[in-house]
Design a protein around this ligand. Structure first.
Ligand code: PBG
Length: 316
């Protein structure tokens, strides 16, 4: 006697009956790159279908996606001029974008990336001293909250940044939740993003602050510390080479767990698809794998694709 598994696979209807992991449109968060000015749409050569947009253009783009089921975005500001004051100024691109988007599209959850790498002249996420950087990060997060951000998401990997941000928010009466990029690894998968955000380090690398990708136990310590400091949600980044970390975090901590399907993962998959080395379904496959690993929410440049195609994959 032996067990017949193939009975579960005879056709799509049967396969769907046995399917254990499903994606929902509301699982997805779209990263968006905002520039100043008006009427600007700039292609990013390494990231197909992803553009830097001025706020007016972003509003049109997002409105359309909302009608297809978009629920949440993650904003990155790409200032025309470098300088850290821009990062916490009320006239900064992120602040203006949040204000405008929340007033015109109030149902959209707006998460802001809190970091300095697009603002520093050297492209690093800090200004030299860890704690001095945390003070600036706290000012940035506070200014995002003041302009209406629903969630602030520090991605810098300084020690204690969640503590500083939480304190600044509390002291000023804001309850804005913190989504910390708690386990962010020093990854070779961020290349296309750095073109998009104009944030490539002018010298060296990020190995003195982003995590060594060989360290799962330390990743749990990083996450635990951020939760203790006041994070309401945690993020693992990148996603695909880090599914084990997502699973470990999900099993260990009772907190919403996000995963960031990063720019290099996006570009690599598009390469396979565009060169007919893989079917487009590879996108669904990897996103299911991230959810299966335990992610509650997935930040992904494939969000528009999923909004369009999810029903085809998951229904008859
Ligand atoms: C900046 C930041 C990076 C990403 C998100 N926030 C790049 C980096 O750390 O160099 C990468 C996102 C992606 O690759 O899609 N701190």
């Amino acid at each position: 006697m032996f067990k017949r598994f193939r009975d579960r696979r005879i056709d799509k209807a049967t396969r769907l009956k046995y399917q254990e992991t499903f994606l929902a449109k509301s699982d997805f968060i779209l990263p968006i790159f905002i520039v100043g000015g008006k009427n600007r749409i700039e292609a990013i050569s390494s990231m197909k279908n992803i553009n830097r947009m001025s706020i007016d253009m972003a509003l049109v783009y997002l409105k359309n996606l909302i009608s297809r089921g978009l629920k949440s975005i993650l904003i990155f500001g790409v200032p025309d001029k470098k300088g850290i004051e821009q990062a916490y100024s009320n006239d900064g691109v992120v602040q203006l974008a949040v204000k405008e988007i929340k007033s015109k599209l109030p149902d959209l959850t707006v998460i802001t990336d809190v970091c300095l790498c697009s603002y520093t002249h050297d492209g690093h996420c800090h200004i030299g001293d860890n704690d001095a950087t945390c003070e600036i990060l706290a000012k940035i997060a506070l200014s995002h909250a003041e302009n209406g951000a629903d969630i602030v998401a520090p991605s810098d990997m300084m020690d204690g940044r969640v503590y500083y941000i939480k304190k600044a928010l509390n002291d000023n009466g804001y309850k804005t939740p913190i989504l910390s990029y708690a386990a962010k690894f020093v990854s070779n998968f961020y290349g296309p993003f750095r073109e998009a955000a104009n944030s490539t380090p002018a010298y060296g690398d990020r190995k003195t602050y982003q995590m060594n990708y060989a360290n799962p136990i330390e990743a749990m310590e990083e996450i635990e510390a951020d939760i203790e400091e006041g994070a309401s949600m945690i993020m693992i980044k990148p996603a695909l080479s880090y599914l084990d970390i997502i699973r470990m975090a999900k099993d260990r901590f009772k907190i919403p767990t996000y995963a960031y399907n990063v720019s290099g993962e996006y570009a690599a998959l598009n390469y396979l698809i565009d060169n007919e080395l893989a079917k487009e379904e590879i996108i669904y496959e990897i996103l299911v794998s991230i959810k299966r690993a335990g992610a509650d929410k997935i930040v992904s440049y494939f969000t528009p694709y999923i909004l369009e195609k999810l029903d085809e994959y998951q229904s008859l």
